[in-house]
Write a protein that binds this ligand. Structure first.
Ligand code: UDP
Ligand code: MG
Length: 316
């Protein structure tokens, strides 16, 4: 088999209904390029039979290369395994639920041929997503944009094409808590966006409940910004400044009018408020320390139960 020019990576977590649609759509689009390609399907611990569907596809078409995880490791890690496995000159990351239409890959490739090393797809419109998801996502991208040092493009997901140069560098970045779109922006080179309409899911439910979204957001912020850590310093200066102003005010009022300002309730509220601020600051430090601890442990990012070669051996 020829060395592929294009690698498509699709992470799969319980997408049994989408696999039979994803494969032919990708095949049809990629065959138009007239270049060898591979489709890497990373099974992120599915329990709905997706694993067997992936094995079956790999048996029928040796351009399909499965990576089957020992358990669920999460979307970003699944894509990372795909990047590690990929061999193409250009690597395309796509969701398995067809929210990112495979047809857009051709537009990404066109920009790559013009000489861009990262071509990210920008969501111009979103179909079939709740206002809550759209609003929180939009808020999140803008927050990240403001507080991080890397210019992470607005309204882009992981749907993108990356040149081999970029992928090789990404593959050296072995951080445990990953925010791939930030990492690929961090690498640099020539980057460009291509607009597209994000579709509704073909079938099934989102695998990103609020909890996972918050985790991703925290990973994004802690990976690319110290701002939350500095927040405690700012709040400390504000609180200390207020108390410096308050002391003479209280003394003067007491001496001139005899008013006693602080009652029990006020004291209680202030103690609770400052106690809260301190605990939140500790929690923020904890978020960073936990991540440092994970790095220090140095565990592998993921565990592969069946790699692309082992499935192929079954059939030979
Ligand atoms: N996914 C995964 N592991 C997970 C969660 C999601 O591999 O733990 C995959 C999922 O199968 C899909 C992609 O990541 O191909 C994006 O997930 P989803 O469509 O649920 O997210 P949304 O589009 O709703 O943000
Ligand atoms: Mg989706």
């Amino acid at each position: 088999m020829n060395k592929p020019i294009f690698s498509i990576i699709a992470p799969i977590y319980n997408e049994i209904g989408n696999i039979p649609e994803l494969y032919p759509r990708v095949r049809e689009v990629m065959d138009q390029t007239d270049r060898p390609w591979e489709l890497i399907l990373v099974d992120d611990g599915s329990t709905d039979g997706s694993t067997e569907a992936i094995r079956q596809l790999a048996r029928e078409d040796d351009r399909v290369r499965p990576v089957i995880f020992a358990r669920n490791f999460g979307h970003q890690i699944a894509v990372t395994a795909g990047l590690d496995t990929s061999r193409g000159e250009a690597v395309i990351i796509i969701d398995a639920d067809l929210q990112d239409p495979p047809e857009v890959i051709l537009d990404l490739i066109e920009k790559w041929r013009e000489g861009y090393e990262v071509v990210y797809a920008v969501r111009e419109e979103r179909e079939g997503e709740s206002w809550f998801k759209t609003a929180t996502a939009s808020l999140f991208y803008r927050l990240i944009y403001r507080i991080t040092d890397v210019n992470i493009p607005l309204d882009t997901g992981d749907f993108r094409l990356m040149d081999r140069k970029v992928v090789s560098i990404m593959n050296q970045m072995r951080e445990k808590h990953r925010f791939l779109r930030g990492m690929s922006a961090w690498v640099g080179f020539k980057q460009v966006g291509v607009k597209y309409k994000r579709k509704a899911r073909f079938t099934g439910e989102t695998k990103y409940p609020l909890k996972k979204m918050i985790k991703l957001a925290l990973n994004a912020i802690t990976s690319f910004s110290y701002f939350p850590l500095q927040l405690a310093t700012y709040l400390g200066f504000i609180a200390a400044g207020l108390s410096v102003i308050a002391i003479p005010v209280v003394i003067i009022l007491r001496l001139t009018t005899g008013t006693v300002l602080l009652g029990q309730a006020t004291t209680l509220i202030i103690v609770l408020f400052l106690g809260g601020v301190q605990l939140i600051s500790l929690g923020i430090i904890g978020e960073y320390i936990g991540r440092i601890y994970d790095e220090a442990k140095g565990r592998p990012l993921y565990i592969v139960a069946e790699g692309p070669e082992s499935t192929k051996n079954d059939t030979e």
